[in-house]
Design a protein around this ligand. Structure first.
Ligand code: 5GP
Length: 114
């Protein structure tokens, strides 16, 4: 069981900021911005590179949830903004083998990312 599965099962406490049939979202334990939410599929997909056509609805649900959460948090406007990040594999910095979309916001974000 991944740490994120334990959070979804409420075995590890984390404030759940959004939940629907397919995905759940909670605050990152080590935030890299004033807003740093992780959006994860409830049914584990290890990483985006291993997703299949069967996961299409879940993959869409992750991005739709991101937009809803950004609205909830007041950053879904062009004068503010938010960034979505998916780290896939070692070079990208993936540390938890349970697909997750980072939603970062609340400060000006630099580009390119490190
Ligand atoms: P990755 O590096 O795999 O893209 O992102 C994993 C993220 O999970 C990191 O930003 C890390 O801070 C977060 N994280 C790891 N363990 C926990 C935990 O137990 N609770 C929460 N809320 N976030 C975690």
């Amino acid at each position: 069981m991944t740490i994120f599965e334990k959070i979804i099962a409420r075995e590890i406490p984390a404030p759940i900021v959004y939940e629907d049939d397919l995905v759940a979202a909670f605050n990152d334990i080590n935030p890299q911005a004033p807003i740093h939410v992780l959006i994860v599929p409830k049914k584990i997909i290890p990483r985006v590179g291993e997703a299949t056509a069967e996961n299409q609805a879940t993959l869409g649900a992750l991005l739709l949830a991101a937009g809803k959460i950004a609205t909830q948090l007041g950053v879904n406007e062009t004068s503010k903004g938010f960034r979505l990040v998916i780290n896939n594999g070692q070079d990208a910095g993936e540390t938890v083998p349970h697909l997750h979309v980072h939603l970062l916001a609340g400060r000006e974000l630099t580009w390119p990312p490190g």
